[in-house]
Design a protein around this ligand. Structure first.
Ligand SMILES: *Cc1c(COP(=O)(O)O)cnc(C)c1O
Length: 428
């Protein structure tokens, strides 16, 4: 083995960012359940507060357990630095806070997690950050949505819930022409299936709550700085390119170079808004990530088998899974997620609303709830739950028509998953 050899993905998933605890020898990463950290002396404290040295101060700003999670996800994505926060939505918020000034715009794919659509349409309005929607099925709509006020483009690599695969190369080319960073939410794919940095992403966000943690037990989020964007080119990102009064006039991009974005999210966003991740949750998420490659492959293999079963079932009208050869996103899936098309997809039951309600009521192995990316198989009928408040027309536009059922295929034996759907579909 030459010294040049870089560790592979599975090795990084287990080791990146971690080493035996220098004080105790503990092999698993300890949970540093402490609010604060003792300074060596007054000079050390001053250097920490002035960003002249790295180190621990207070767990809202950083924590050694969280630091291992940050380094691990950054390594898996191929970025320069990470920042762990309390949830996926907190990650998105801190990213936007670092990029946007009041009155600015960003362009977002219309095909996003419902909570993100809500955050962009409503919560961000309070800051006068304005979303302009684009259609991933018409790439030119991204170009058309760009204006002089645009500060970023936001997409999901594999979009929740409908199994839409984004043409990241085409969208990153548009971002580059516009001189703005491409932000990719890589929650559904995880870096095991897709590495957005290889397709021009500048910033990656995760809801670690889902497949990264993978066990349905901890909420968390991660931001990854890809280290690819020049923040000082034209003064459009003053948080990064102008002196910061809170830190004695430091210019973050000048001082921290290709990981300045992650630093800005920490020292200007996390510090002041405070959505810190508990070190206990960081520990749970780290434990989950150790088996990410094994789990994701099994999730995909099971999902493929379930999608094939459903597409041949007489009670099923249609199945939207990019792993199926006839699917409209199949070619994009072969390019962007060749190991598998993820584990979350939608299908339509014959009999509409009532048949959807019946299916989620009759399943036994599946859990009827609003989450994805658990070891357990999960099911939801959006029209009667998450999208209940919308009109019928709005439901259909947002992919939540009366017949639509979404599943997140778990890690049980695929024969048992299929048998459960089969018995629920034939129950009367
Ligand atoms: C769940 C989810 C989010 C939000 O993450 P939380 O951890 O629930 O805040 C964002 N994007 C995608 C794709 C998600 O599935």
């Amino acid at each position: 083995m030459s010294d040049e050899r870089l560790p592979g993905f599975s090795t990084l998933a287990i080791h990146a960012g971690a080493q035996p605890d220098p004080t105790t020898g503990a092999r698993a990463t300890p949970i540093y359940q402490t609010t604060s950290f003792v300074f060596d002396d007054v000079d050390h404290a001053a250097a920490l507060f002035g960003l002249q040295t790295f180190g621990n101060i207070y767990s809202r700003l950083g924590n050694p357990t969280n630091a291992v999670l940050e380094e691990r996800v950054a390594a898996l994505e191929g970025g320069t630095a990470g920042l762990a926060v309390a949830s996926g939505h907190a990650a998105q918020f801190l990213v936007m806070h670092t990029l946007m000034q009041p009155g600015d715009e960003f362009v977002a794919s219309r095909k996003l997690y419902g909570g993100s659509i809500n955050q962009f349409n409503h919560a961000y309005k309070n800051f006068n950050w304005n979303v302009v929607w684009a259609d991933p099925d018409d790439i030119s709509s991204f170009e058309k949505a760009i204006s002089p006020k645009t500060k970023a483009i936001f997409v999901e690599s594999v979009a929740n819930p409908g199994g839409v695969i984004l043409d990241l190369d085409a969208i990153s080319a548009i971002a580059k022409r516009a001189g703005v960073p491409l932000i990719v939410d890589n929650t559904m794919a995880t870096p095991y299936l897709c590495r957005p940095i290889e397709h021009g992403a500048d910033i990656i966000v995760h809801s670690a709550t889902k497949f990264l943690g993978g066990h349905g037990n901890s909420i968390g989020g991660v931001i990854v700085d890809c280290g690819t964007f020049n923040w000082s080119r034209d003064g459009r990102y003053p948080m990064l390119s102008e002196p910061r009064p809170e830190y004695q006039g430091i210019v973050l991009h000048e001082t921290f170079g290709n990981f300045a974005f992650a630093i800005a999210c920490r020292v200007l966003g996390l510090r002041d808004f405070g959505p810190a991740l508990s070190p206990f949750n960081a520990f749970m998420l780290l434990t989950g990530i150790e088996t990410l490659p094994l789990r994701m492959q099994r999730h995909c293999d099971n999902a493929q088998a379930v999608a094939e079963f459903l597409s041949n079932h007489p009670q099923i009208d249609w199945v939207s899974y990019p792993g199926l050869p006839g699917d409209r996103y199949h070619n994009l899936a072969l390019k962007y997620v060749p190991k598998g098309a993820g584990a979350v997809f939608t299908f339509g039951v014959k009999g509409g609303y009532d048949a959807g309600v019946k299916l989620v009521s009759e399943v036994q192995l599946f859990s009827h709830l609003a989450n994805i990316g658990d070891t357990r198989s999960l099911i939801i009928h959006p029209a009667s739950t998450t999208h209940r408040q919308l009109s019928d027309a709005q439901k259909t536009i947002s992919g939540a028509g009366p017949d639509v059922v979404r599943i997140s295929v778990g890690l049980e034996d695929k024969e048992d998953i299929i048998a459960d759907l089969d018995q629920a579909l034939s129950a009367n």
